[in-house]
Design a protein around this ligand. Structure first.
Ligand code: GUN
Ligand code: ZN
Length: 492
């Protein structure tokens, strides 16, 4: 199904730059987009400043907070959210599902809260989905998902004019439920698809499971659906989540962390008390030292910390978008994965979905940088290796890390991590890759698997592999009927 409110402009891995048309706001939001969360009780940074100083095109607030308070409700109904919040861009509203998850019940139904969201002028509303946490018994996940799905169907029947409506995808940590939830949500006529209840996974650094949950939801939703990662506001995981195909992110973290004196970076979170230097040049960090910030009163410090947190959050989103545009998003993910072992697990989980990545990843990009053993699992490498069974060299064939030799019928190059390829492909992506001179064993093993695939699909051909000092673990993967010559031991 092609969606008329979401267009994909550019793609790298499963990540994309897209345009989400939000008709009620009269704007088109470029994705990946970050939605700062506005708590109407707190308003740590004023929404008008989010637009002018940080470039926010869209924000999210909780309609249930307005609905549940007489004062807020009447003001919002009289003046509309855009006026109350003083924000011209698009406004998404949540439904109270978070309160439902925290306190067990809320006193509003999906038709009531959607109608209310419509009446206060929300541009994208949300039904009352049930955010089933990780690790619950399967029966609970199934029952709650069934309830969420009924409510999405109810939401389809509510007349909300040109307000877009979220169709949250639940299913706890059961990937088959997430996939089926994705399929069901996509088949509704709702518009935006948040993957829900992942906050507990992220708070516990369970990034690999987050990746598996998102990958499953995406399999059900298909590639065209705009996907929101509900509650994901820490900049350290943006590159990973965008590479998984998430398009919208909301950040309450900037304000919540500031209240606890926590300072966000793309490598993790720092306590203000532990900082002697600010590793950042945003206006806050350029004008203050950590010691100066600590001397301020609580309210002022919280505001400035929230501003820094927002700056680093928006900056990382721009960094991710530019990497995507340049075709090196996976290099950025791999770099960010170095910040924490759990992020490395997240990246490894991403490359474990090689099939899914391979289907979507564009065939040609800028330059492939081999940065670590994980690079050997990238979709470009997998794709090259898998296609080796389509090639049919004949006679006596040399596969070599050295120069060509006319003692053979054909003389192909071998480059780790890709494996063998005909010389005339040397200038095509990804074989133009920059690889380190000191390749790691994973890279050689990947190349050896390529040799094996080529040899096994051409049993009549006589192969000789000429390598430079490959490790035993790689040579063990080369089939026995391939002659092996070590160029370092035996220079020609
Ligand atoms: N905010 C964070 N997670 C969720 C979720 O699963 N559902 C809703 N409606 N809001 C959220
Ligand atoms: Zn800063």
């Amino acid at each position: 199904m092609t969606r008329d409110n979401f267009e994909i402009r550019d793609q790298d891995a499963l990540g994309r730059i897209g345009e989400l048309e939000v008709p009620r706001a009269g704007v088109t939001v470029e994705t990946p987009a970050l939605l700062p969360v506005i708590n109407p009780h707190v308003r740590t940074v004023e929404p008008s400043r989010l637009e002018s100083e940080f470039g926010a095109e869209i924000l999210i607030t909780n309609s249930y907070i307005f609905y549940g308070s007489d004062d807020y409700r009447d003001e919002a109904l009289d003046r509309g959210l855009h006026d109350v919040l003083d924000f011209d861009g698009a406004i998404m509203t949540d439904s109270g599902s978070f309160q439902l998850a925290e306190y067990g019940e809320i006193d509003v139904t999906t038709p009531e809260i959607l109608q209310f969201q419509h009446d206060v002028g929300s541009d994208i509303g949300t039904p009352v989905d049930i955010p089933t946490p990780p690790d619950v018994p399967r029966e609970q996940a199934e029952e709650e998902l069934a309830t969420t799905q009924e409510r999405l169907e109810v939401a389809e029947g509510v007349d909300v004019g040109d307000m877009l409506v979220n169709a949250p995808v639940q299913g706890s940590t059961y990937t088959d439920l997430r996939e089926e939830a994705g399929r069901h949500a996509e088949a509704t006529d709702l518009d935006v698809f948040p993957v829900g209840a992942v906050v507990p996974l992220m708070n516990d650094y369970r990034y690999a499971e987050m990746v598996d949950v998102v990958a499953a939801a995406k399999r059900g939703l298909g590639a065209d659906a705009p996907v929101h990662l509900f509650g994901a506001g820490h900049p350290m995981m943006f590159a990973l989540a965008v590479a998984m195909g998430c398009d919208l992110f909301d950040s309450a973290a900037y304000a919540l962390y500031a209240r606890d004196d926590r300072y966000l970076t793309v490598r993790g979170t720092e306590q203000m008390d532990d900082l002697d230097y600010f590793p950042c040049s945003c206006p806050v960090c350029a004008e203050h030292t950590p010691a100066e910030l600590r001397r301020l009163d609580d309210r002022e410090r919280e505001e400035l910390l929230a501003e820094h947190n927002l700056h680093v959050t928006f900056r990382e989103m721009r960094t991710v978008k530019q990497a995507l545009r340049s075709g090196n998003l996976l290099e950025l993910v791999e770099t960010r994965a170095r910040a924490h072992p759990a992020m490395l697990d997240g990246y490894r989980a991403l490359t474990a979905h090689a099939d899914q990545l391979e289907r979507e990843d564009s065939v040609s990009k800028g330059a492939f940088f081999y940065l670590s053993g994980e690079s050997a699992r990238r979709p470009e490498v997998v794709r090259h290796r898998e296609r080796l069974d389509r090639l049919n060299p004949e006679g006596r064939v040399l596969l070599t890390e050295g120069g060509p030799s006319d003692r053979y019928d054909e003389s192909w190059r071998v480059v780790a991590p890709f494996g063998p390829f005909p010389r005339h492909l040397s200038e095509t992506y990804p074989l133009t890759a920059e690889v380190p001179e000191r390749m790691d064993p994973e890279g050689y093993r990947s190349a050896a698997k390529g040799v094996a695939r080529l040899a096994e699909s051409n049993p009549e051909t006589e192969f000789t592999l000429a390598h430079h000092d490959w490790p035993e673990s790689a040579l063990a993967l080369v089939p026995e009927d391939v002659d092996v010559v070590d160029l370092s031991a035996d220079p020609e």
